[in-house]
Design a protein around this ligand. Structure first.
Ligand code: IMP
Ligand code: MG
Length: 181
């Protein structure tokens, strides 16, 4: 039960549905990439997805290294600025690496295409992308994720790491505020 004073949030994907999907995704990723690769979560929205995905990858037999990239494309509202900036770079030398990018939502595609180009320009051998949610109809640049958890309806979603002005990241499920508040 939510605590007193918490708004009603419609559940889109429950914690159990997410956990089941991650097991399948992890197995597919290990089948494709093998057991040794570099996972690069794109912070901040992916932090819970990435934490669960790397453990699912472990249980699927992989032993990935993990380093973090922090990018910003949103301000504190719900509309993308269209501008992507590096807030915190990876520490790893990615030259020759197989890299698995991890992001929460693929929407316009600007964030992931920026990250893919950044790491490819540094000589990564392969840059694949895994996203939890795919808003397929919102693309501004042509890009597909190699691994996607769920198709996402055109709503502003929160929870499981995803925020509205840094709130709601702690929800164990993915949902939305029914009145759009
Ligand atoms: P893109 O660059 O337009 O593909 O946007 C992707 C980024 O925007 C994601 O990594 C999220 O951080 C953020 N984002 C897009 N849609 C939502 C949403 O519905 N809720 C929370 N964050 C979102
Ligand atoms: Mg993000």
């Amino acid at each position: 039960m939510p605590g007193a004073g918490q708004p009603h949030i419609e559940v889109l994907f429950s914690a159990a549905e997410i956990a089941d999907r991650l097991k399948v995704m992890a197995k597919t990723i290990v089948d494709d990439l093998g057991t040794d690769f570099l996972v690069v979560p794109i912070l901040k929205g992916s932090f819970i997805f990435a934490a669960d995905l790397v453990r699912a990858l472990h249980f699927a037999g992989a032993n990935p290294r993990v380093d973090f990239l922090s990018l910003a494309s949103y301000g504190e509202g719900t509309v993308s600025s269209g501008q992507v900036t590096v807030l915190r770079d990876v520490e790893s030398d990615v030259a020759g690496e197989r890299v698995l990018l991890v992001d929460d939502i693929l929407e316009s595609g600007r964030t992931l295409s920026f990250a893919k180009e950044l790491l490819a320009a540094r000589g990564a051998a392969q840059v694949a992308a895994s996203v939890l949610l795919d808003k397929k109809h919102k693309r501004a640049v042509p890009l597909q994720a190699e691994y996607a958890g769920f198709d996402c309806p055109d709503a502003f979603v929160i929870g499981y790491g995803m925020d509205l002005a840094h709130a709601y990241r702690a929800l164990p499920f993915i949902g939305y505020l029914p009145d759009g508040a």
